[in-house]
Design a protein around this ligand. Structure first.
Ligand SMILES: Cc1cc2nc3c(=O)[nH]c(=O)nc-3n(C[C@H](O)[C@H](O)[C@H](O)COP(=O)(O)OP(=O)(O)OC[C@H]3O[C@@H](n4cnc5c(N)ncnc54)[C@H](O)[C@@H]3O)c2cc1C
Length: 422
């Protein structure tokens, strides 16, 4: 039976942090220690805000940030074509450029703060699932023309040398992208925050917010934090914390597994060290790990599944691409919740009562959470405006359970379309 999660098992166990007990004061109180909360807190400290507190219901990196595929690349959950159509060229280019800046920011934080997180600077490959070179060329030309993103075309033969499968028909290499161990990175950020004087409390679930006065009160089971500013960064784990924010996102699960160390068998499947995803709506995403395991993710689901069920599903997906890996053992399998807004864009902003929020990063959030932390921190610390374009993406309701049914039906519909196209 596979155990959850490879990341937790392979990251150094941080000493547990205290829970909030009694009354505390802070200039800024951040709720949630995923990438959005950590990046916001670090952004504030780097800008000279001295008193920053993070409240985390479980442990640093408990949510999507400590469980994800580890792809660090440009873009949002909303595709670039839709971004262009909705915002126009100038704004779309600017917002896309911010995500590339975030990729650089993560790289420089890893370097400058010495965060050991197994970063592999080998790019990300978008592999074509369909026998259709034209579509691939169109994507390449579109990204170059509209966003100055120069993704390298990988002809079929070249890709087949790197990924030893008949399944793909060429690909595009996003060379500026990389992959890493997301939980080690989250823990590294947490340690930097503490070195700079930030305080992080774990096992501290926020149960309510009194936010209508000039000073906000954040209530937890055994205490209260009083702060001038509050930033809610609870991702797909927000539950019913704050209605205006909770109802604006759907928690959608996706799954990941890690095989046993494959030794030389890994090279029978892939010789590149790049991370890979494919051109289907319901794509696989995977990458080789330093200890020769293959980390494999995929699927979108609104149901809760156990590790053995997840392992079975993903092992089946793996064999569709690499039948030569039949028989490999799956050591770890786990799920994670993404927070999806109806418009698939991050929801960054401030409610009329002054509560800040950064959520809705969906399945493409490592770069965007980092940029969110930067722009929200600059807004709070320096009074800067949020980048133009984000205000278009507000907090429309997702219709709770009905929305979840809709999301599952949409996924099945696109899955069928992919199957039909194939
Ligand atoms: C399996 C999976 C694979 C993915 N792969 C990739 C990828 O390869 N590349 C990519 O770019 N993106 C990927 N994503 C998306 C990306 O991980 C997320 O968009 C991003 O991590 C979201 O960060 P966050 O800080 O908003 O939320 P989270 O990381 O979920 O953090 C929210 C935190 O808030 C805490 N919290 C919630 N409620 C409370 C409360 N009441 N009180 C206190 N704390 C609370 C939670 O415990 C949690 O720690 C993936 C997501 C998943 C689930």
């Amino acid at each position: 039976m596979p155990t959850p999660s490879y990341y937790r098992a392979s990251a150094p166990a941080d000493a547990p942090r205290p829970a909030v007990s009694g009354a505390l004061d802070a200039e800024v109180c951040v709720i949630g220690a995923g990438f959005a909360g950590l990046a916001t807190a670090l952004g504030l400290l780097e800008r000279g805000v001295e008193s920053v507190v993070i409240l985390e219901a479980e442990q640093v990196g408990h949510g999507a940030s400590g469980r994800n595929g580890g792809f660090v690349f440009g873009g949002y959950s909303l595709g670039c074509a839709a971004l262009l159509e909705q915002l126009g060229r100038e704004r779309a280019r600017h917002l896309y450029g911010l995500t590339l800046g975030a990729v650089d920011k993560i790289r420089s934080r890893i370097r400058d703060y010495g965060i050991a997180c197994d970063a592999v600077d080998a790019g990300v490959i978008l592999a074509n699932w369909f026998d259709d070179d034209k579509a691939l060329h169109e994507t390449r030309e579109f990204m170059l023309r509209e966003f100055d993103a120069d993704w390298r075309f990988l002809p079929r033969e070249e890709l087949r040398e790197q990924l030893k499968t008949e399944r793909y028909f060429g690909g595009l290499l996003e060379g500026n992208a990389f992959h890493f161990h997301p939980l080690k990175y989250a823990q590294g950020l947490a340690r930097v925050i503490e070195t700079k004087g930030g305080r992080i409390f774990e096992q501290t679930r926020v149960t309510g917010l009194d936010a209508d006065g000039p000073v906000k009160r954040v209530h937890c089971a055994a205490g209260t934090v009083t702060a001038k500013e509050v930033v809610v960064c609870c991702g797909g784990y927000i539950e019913r914390l704050y209605p205006a924010l909770s109802r604006a996102v759907l928690p959608i699960a996706t799954y990941v597994m890690a095989t046993e160390p494959l030794g030389e068998r890994l090279d029978q499947a892939m010789s590149t060290r790049a991370a890979v995803y494919d051109t289907r709506f319901a794509f696989d995403y995977y990458r080789p790990l330093a200890d020769t395991r293959l980390l494999w993710g995929g699927r979108i689901d609104v149901f809760k599944r156990q590790p053995d069920e997840i392992a079975k599903l993903l092992y089946g997906d793996l064999l569709k691409v690499y039948p030569q890996l039949r028989g490999v053992k799956v050591d770890y399998a786990w799920d994670g919740l993404m927070s999806y807004a109806r418009h698939q864009m991050p929801q960054l902003g401030r409610l009329p009562n002054g509560v800040w929020h950064a959520q809705g990063f969906g399945g493409h959030g490592v770069g965007p959470t980092t940029l969110a932390g930067e722009v929200v921190a600059a807004a709070i610390a320096q009074g800067e405006s949020l980048p133009a374009g984000f205000e278009r993406y507000g907090l429309p309701t997702t219709f709770g359970p009905l929305g979840l049914v809709g999301a599952q039906l949409t996924y099945w519909y696109y899955e069928m379309k992919d199957w039909w196209r194939q």
